[in-house]
Design a protein around this ligand. Structure first.
Ligand code: FES
Ligand code: FE
Length: 422
């Protein structure tokens, strides 16, 4: 029992134990008490556009297949054959009529039912196929995001998201009135605990320091947006269940709230010119404002974050190793939107991309935090910035300046609650 020696000491309102990043026993408990007990993001609906499309991914450390059956229903299936346990499918994405195990060819439908067993005579009176469907997880979607959970008894997804739903809705408005689709993705691993990344999304404090090289690489107009660091209106607030949002540019947060006076950034002039050939001014404005970014970072506990034109999903691999997937999105519509999606991919590459100016700098910071925690796991990690000025917002959620650590405190309070549950 990790809490045996000093129950509340590992997570306090102003600090967490360094051991949280280094202790394999804590990591094991997180996998069962958090990742198998909550809603975990598995797909965006645009990745499963037609009946028969599937992707293989993970819920915590468990491999799963997400599939769309012939009726259009989504399923999340444990990627483990019911015969002797082989993984069924290791293709990241594809289209199929079902899944056949490569070992002895037991075959399953897109909904996980066992369809066929080769040479079935040896199983007469021994096996009833009805009892040997693939293990199925609960699967629910909100706003195009598909989540799954091993827990049969937790709240519906919509309740788990709670006040974060408003922000997910705002994030999805980046299609500028069109549905949103996945444009591309990349993955990388870093040598650090998953919670180091979880802390990062609503950490406004690191931005002008770590991302100085990014700021030096953009135009003055974009760099000027960094004035949020000293803007008292820029706030981070908790949203319940460990979720939080950092509103850097509050007036940009709702892309539908537009009085027509906000100037469009000159760096998108070529997009405006191209779109104006076929779309009306209102449509052009919507699409280009969406390219400016949403003005907020949303953190969904335990492992998804959203910001501007991308979202990020983290997957814990080991106590000191985490996989990050960055997924770029854009509007799904007529070919004249290609110019928008090309530009969005360039923005994605510029900051998030493997050769971008943003993520490599973040990752360097995360590696260093892990090394520091390993050097002295008994020393605390401080999450107390802004404690003295934290207030409740109109919904009663803890709120503080955008440079404060209110989002981390919200995540750790959820962590503590889930880890204390029996
Ligand atoms: Fe899958 Fe034997 S392990 S058919
Ligand atoms: Fe960063």
């Amino acid at each position: 029992d990790i809490f045996a020696e000093a129950p509340a000491d590992l997570v306090q309102p102003d600090r967490v134990a360094g051991r949280l990043y280094t202790d394999p026993a804590i990591f094991e408990q997180e996998m069962t008490k958090i990742f198998e007990r909550t809603w975990v993001w598995v797909a965006h609906e645009s990745e499963l556009p037609k009946p028969g499309t599937f992707k293989s991914t993970y819920v915590g450390r468990q491999p799963v297949i997400v599939s769309r059956d012939r009726k259009g229903n989504l399923h999340t299936l444990l990627n483990r054959c019911r015969h002797r346990g082989a993984s069924l499918c290791e293709k990241p994405r594809g289209q199929a009529n079902g899944f056949t195990c490569p070992y002895h060819a037991w075959s399953y439908g897109l909904d996980g039912t066992l369809r066929g067993i080769p040479y079935p005579d040896g199983y007469e009176g021994v096996v009833d196929k009805k009892d040997l469907s693939l293990r199925k997880l609960r699967t629910e979607s909100y706003g195009g995001m598909v989540f799954a959970t091993f827990a049969g008894d937790i709240e519906p997804l919509a309740d788990f998201l709670g006040d974060a739903k408003l922000w997910l809705d705002r994030f999805m408005k980046q299609g500028g009135g069109y549905p949103v689709k996945v444009l591309g993705r990349h993955q990388f691993r870093f040598r650090g605990n998953w919670k180091i990344q979880l802390e990062n999304t609503t950490d406004g404090y690191h931005f002008p320091i770590v991302h100085r090289s990014w700021m030096a690489s953009v135009d003055a107009e974009t760099a000027d947006m960094m004035s949020f660091m000293t803007d008292p209106a820029a706030i981070t607030h908790a949203l319940g269940n460990g979720h939080s949002v950092m509103q850097m540019v509050p007036e940009h947060s709702d892309l539908d709230a537009d009085d027509g006076t906000e100037p469009l950034q000159a760096r998108f002039d070529h997009v405006v010119a191209e779109l104006s050939k076929t779309l009306d001014d209102g449509q052009v404005r919507k699409l280009v404002r969406a390219m400016h970014g949403t003005g907020f970072n949303l953190n969904l506990f335990p492992n998804v974050s959203m910001s501007a034109a991308f979202f990020r999903v983290l997957r814990p691999i080991a106590v000191d190793e985490t996989l990050i997937e960055h997924i770029a999105i854009g509007p799904d519509g007529p070919p004249e939107l290609d110019v928008v999606n090309r530009e969005r991919m360039r923005i994605h590459e510029h900051f998030q991309g493997p050769f971008g100016f943003g993520t490599p700098d973040d990752a360097e910071g995360w590696d260093r935090v892990q090394r520091g925690a390993q050097a002295a796991p008994e020393m605390p990690i401080l999450v107390n910035r802004g404690l003295g000025r934290e207030k409740d917002d109109e919904h009663g959620w803890p709120t503080s300046h955008v440079t404060d650590e209110a989002g981390m405190r919200a995540a750790y309070s959820q962590w503590k609650q889930m880890m204390s549950d029996d």
